[in-house]
Design a protein around this ligand. Structure first.
Ligand SMILES: Nc1ncnc2c1ncn2[C@@H]1O[C@H](COP(=O)(O)OP(=O)(O)O)[C@@H](O)[C@H]1O
Ligand SMILES: [Mg+2]
Length: 360
């Protein structure tokens, strides 16, 4: 209770001036972010228009629906996540209408946890979330600052508070995305500086929640343990979103979308080869969902380039340059390794344990 009160400079002037007290949420001042009009990015009617009375008016002036639609189109699968994002957006739109009618409200708590395995889209969705919050006027800038423990916690006594505050300052007006947030808490080390970072975060999450949204991301089981040991943090998280692993069909669809975005496509037999590649890859160590797909495609493009490079004198047409051939996929080491649980690393004596290093 006697801990210093952290206010991060860079918060909205109104918030700084109006919130000198760190009491309970009920004592919070009217949020500056939520009472204003929509941000300049999407306000065709302008701030001078009468306050919105319908959902359609809020949607039109904030243009938040465009972000929601983009999220739908851009990301394969993730139906439960997309639905949760829509629910949160609905809550905020209604909150706006309530404010417009003068209904008193404290700024809603918007801190979130995104749990799931690597490569399931957490960072990507967080960036969209920042945009949505910005368009609805809940944060001033809508940028995302992604950090890990090392960005917040210092090595020496006295280094952690300035480091954490610096990060918070950068994130003010947007979203602070803390990847693998549970590493902030290291109970095995009694004097761990991570605790200091957590305490500062907790205060800012409470006192400046009208200008900063924190998203904690990481593996679901570790996050559970973290929340159980840190009830203060747990109680400040309003929305928990769980990101499921992708099915093989979804991974294939993600691959085709990634290729299309870069003006590539699978040639004859390449799609089937990639489906077989995935069937093997998902059982291997260090499989990271969509990120593994992206890496595999990067390597396939390298092989395509080497293949074409070898044909010095042939005129290469559009088709040549855009096509990932079956051979570009089948040359992967994933096919060389025996099927079923295996390591992709050649030369390892132990076939049953994950091995560091990515399969090629
Ligand atoms: N559902 C999806 N559809 C298309 N691409 C995706 C999808 N999920 C993730 N990706 C892509 O996979 C990569 C890793 O995603 P990312 O958001 O960084 O995952 P995480 O933060 O969970 O590790 C990014 O290039 C992202 O664009
Ligand atoms: Mg990430």
């Amino acid at each position: 209770m006697t801990a210093p009160l952290y206010r991060i400079p860079g918060a909205t002037p109104a918030a700084v001036a109006a919130a000198p007290r760190a009491n309970e949420a009920g004592g919070e001042p009217a949020p500056s972010g939520t009472s204003g009009t929509a941000p300049p990015s999407g306000a065709p009617e302008g701030g001078a228009a009468a306050p919105a009375r319908t959902v359609a008016e809020v949607l039109a002036s904030s243009q938040v629906e465009a972000v929601l639609d983009e999220l739908d189109r851009e990301l394969v699968g993730l139906a439960p996540v997309k639905q949760r994002i829509r629910d949160i957006a609905a809550l905020l739109v209604i909150d706006k209408l309530r404010l417009n009618l003068g209904l008193a409200a404290q700024s809603p708590s918007l801190h979130m946890s995104f749990t799931g395995n690597p490569g399931t889209g957490k960072t990507t969705v967080a960036m969209r979330m920042a945009q949505i919050l910005h368009r609805l006027g809940y944060v001033r800038k809508g940028h995302l600052v992604a950090v890990t423990r090392d960005d917040l916690v210092g090595q020496y006594i006295g280094h952690t508070a300035p480091k954490t505050r610096e990060v918070l300052k950068k994130a003010m007006g947007g979203v602070l995305f803390i990847d693998e947030a549970y590493y902030l808490y290291r109970p095995e080390n009694e004097r761990d500086y991570g605790q200091e970072a957590i305490e500062i975060l907790l205060q800012v999450m409470e006192n400046q929640r009208d200008d900063l949204v924190v998203i904690l991301a990481g593996y679901a089981d570790r996050m559970d343990t973290f929340f159980r040991s840190n009830p203060g943090m747990s109680s400040r998280i309003a929305h928990h979103l769980d990101f499921p692993d992708y099915t093989e069909d979804e991974l294939l669809a993600i691959a085709e979308r990634m290729l299309a975005r870069q003006n590539y496509r699978f040639g004859a037999g390449a799609r089937e080869a990639f489906a077989q590649y995935l069937a093997r890859r998902v059982t291997q160590p260090h499989f990271a969902n969509a990120r593994s797909v992206r890496n595999a495609l990067d390597r396939a493009r390298l092989r395509q380039a080497s293949r074409l490079f070898a044909e010095r004198d042939r005129a290469l047409d559009l088709d040549d340059l855009c096509t990932i051939a079956e051979a570009d996929i089948r040359a992967s080491r994933v096919f060389a390794a025996p099927a079923a649980p295996t390591t992709a690393d050649a030369g390892s004596g132990d076939r049953s344990r994950p091995i560091a290093g990515r399969p090629l």
